[in-house]
Design a protein around this ligand. Structure first.
Ligand code: GLC
Ligand code: CA
Length: 569
């Protein structure tokens, strides 16, 4: 064990202090020259993530996108065996080694639990599909067609655009799929399904993993009358969430012309029974020490997202608040977004924030390709790492990887393959990690499964390691600094608006013996801020390499796009 100052061992809620890092295994590091990332590759890079010293990034936990056996119609989000590793990524032995090596470095491991649906190649589904009286028939959602024309059972659409029902010739019934037809939905009303998935959770907890990210946990259960969803027109009055003026256009987030959402998903998501499933999961986690979970819960209404913490903090430990990555580039948009979530969260509920993931356009590209993009990335990093809650950093974000604009013939994501040019799919944010400049980017010596992202010359680890002002070094400094500041990892949050220009976002983080102020200048102009009555600020950190450290009085100047962290005396 590497001795360090984090003292997370034995702390039940280590995850509140942790900085998480999301790895998309296919794109992190290829060890056997087939152009696809793998587990031995990841093991080789663990020291980069945390070697116990501030020469490394310093993250405390990794969320791995799925690496389980899968025919890869949705790149691992269609699982054919929950308890094995896909041979392209390695073996269970490799996994055990990965876990051991991660734990040695005090890096916790979080797996992606994708159980709204399985792959159609999962033995459960193969059995279920084989005959109407197969014991596993009811593990999935089978229905008769409607009317003379044998139309689909209802009007539900899947999340990848298109009908949610597929007719299966063999037994003459439809099955439900909320994503691709190769991803049939499990029937969560069936007790045997719940037990089987419970055993999957135990399988990994017994092996020593530290938590789960729950894929689309808000759609497990469905309306049991399978009613038609109402048309979009009746649902236009969206509740809660970001105001339209604070929200980025959808096209910036998804890199697409938004395809028409034809209906309000009234009957195929957010069903009350799902909460019971999550409570059952929670009882399993709680029977092991120090396990955590984070939910991918998508809803317009913050109250609804918050409900997945459970009325008694007895469901998910954390929920992503995706509104944050949909904010327009406006200080007020970010401030209102956070204030709303802080206000909505029930007592004791712990937030989780991210700026990017494998489904959305990379943050740096969402906020423009111009020369200010890098300053904006630094500002966003400071915000992410100083809000109240657990930050999740998407691989490559620390070196400012940008979205790749791929030509049609290079696309792999089924959304892009099917809908280009209406929708480019999600490949642009899944390109290989950029370890160094040159062919293969240090990711692979073979042809890489997706092309490399843009501006490899600057946006690579090797280049940025040696530049003390690089984004990578900013992330390192902030992550290590964060571990020493209780106000950041356990303090309260309060917005500051008095004396603050409209295009600056400012907040106070306070723990028992520590008060910190974070000021973020979202404008391209210099801004003065006045922290009246708050005490004497002392600069601890700035995103601008030019700003000198030291005491600077009550009136503070922020350079364009500069963010500063102050301690109050
Ligand atoms: C989640 C995942 C996404 C996947 C989908 C279906 O939204 O993040 O990548 O395609 O679920 O599993
Ligand atoms: Ca490989």
């Amino acid at each position: 064990m590497i001795a360090d100052n984090r003292k997370m061992d034995g702390v039940e809620d280590w995850w509140k202090r942790a900085v998480f890092y999301q790895i998309y295994p296919r794109s992190y590091k290829d060890s056997n020259h087939d152009g696809i990332g793998d587990l031995p590759g990841i093991i080789a890079q663990l020291d980069y993530l945390n070697d116990g010293t501030d020469q490394s990034l310093g993250i405390d936990a990794i969320w791995f996108s799925p690496f389980f056996t899968s025919p890869d119609h949705d790149f691992g989000y269609d699982v054919a065996d929950y308890c094995d590793i896909d041979p392209r990524y390695g073996t269970l032995e490799d996994f055990d080694r990965l876990l051991e090596e991660a734990h040695k470095r005090e890096i916790r491991v979080m797996l992606d639990l994708v159980v709204n649906h399985t792959s159609d190649q999962h033995p459960w589904f193969m059995e279920s599909r084989s005959s109407r009286d197969n014991p596993k028939r009811d593990w999935y959602i089978w229905k008769e067609g409607r009317g003379k024309g044998n139309r689909p059972p209802n009007n539900w659409r899947n999340n990848f655009f298109g009908r949610a029902w597929n007719f299966d010739q063999l037994t003459g019934q439809y099955y439900l799929h909320s994503f691709l037809k190769e991803q049939p939905d499990l029937n969560w009303e069936n007790q045997a399904v719940r037990e089987a998935v419970g055993n999957v959770i135990r399988f990994w907890l017994d092996r020593g993993v530290d938590g789960f990210r729950l894929d689309v946990a808000h759609i497990y259960c469905k309306d049991q009358q399978f009613r038609d969803n109402p048309s979009l027109l009746r649902g236009l009055n969206r509740v809660g969430g970001l105001a339209p003026a604070d929200r980025l256009p959808l096209a910036n987030i998804m890199k697409k012309l938004s395809l028409p959402e034809l209906q309000v998903r009234k009957y195929n998501q957010h069903m009350p029974e799902t909460h019971n499933v999550l409570k059952e999961f929670r009882r399993i986690y709680d029977s092991y020490p120090a396990v955590t979970s984070v939910g991918e819960i998508v809803a317009d209404d913050p109250e609804l997202i918050a409900s997945y913490y459970g009325s008694n903090n007895d469901e998910l430990h954390m929920n992503f608040y995706f509104e944050l990555l949909q904010c327009r580039w406006k200080a007020g948009a970010f401030r209102r977004c956070i204030e709303l979530w802080e206000k909505t969260l029930p007592a004791g509920a712990w937030p989780a924030y991210t700026l990017s993931n494998h489904d959305v356009v990379r943050a740096l590209s969402r906020y423009g390709h111009d020369r200010d993009a890098d300053k904006r990335a630094r500002l966003l990093a400071l915000m992410l790492l100083t809000l109240r809650g657990t930050p999740f950093v998407y691989y490559g974000e620390e070196i400012g990887m940008k979205e790749a604009l791929l030509p049609k013939e290079k696309l792999k994501d089924p959304i892009g393959v099917k809908w280009y040019p209406l929708h480019r799919g999600r490949d642009g944010c899944r390109t290989p990690m950029q370890w160094k400049a040159g062919c293969g980017a240090g990711f692979s010596t073979a042809e890489t499964w997706l092309p490399l992202g843009p501006e490899l010359e600057q946006r690579n680890v090797q280049k940025q390691q040696s530049d003390s002002h690089s984004l990578l070094n900013l992330y390192k400094q902030l992550i290590w600094l964060r571990k020493t500041l209780p106000a950041l990892y356990e303090g309260s949050y309060r917005s500051i608006t008095d004396g603050i220009a409209e295009d600056c976002y400012c907040y106070l983080r306070q723990a028992e013996d520590q008060a910190l102020v974070i000021c973020l200048n979202f404008s391209s102009q210099q801004r003065q801020i006045i922290l009246s009555d708050l005490g004497q600020p002392q600069l601890l950190f700035s995103t601008s390499p030019a700003t000198a450290k030291g005491g600077i009085g009550q009136s503070l100047t922020l350079q364009p796009y500069e963010g500063c962290l102050y301690a109050l005396k």
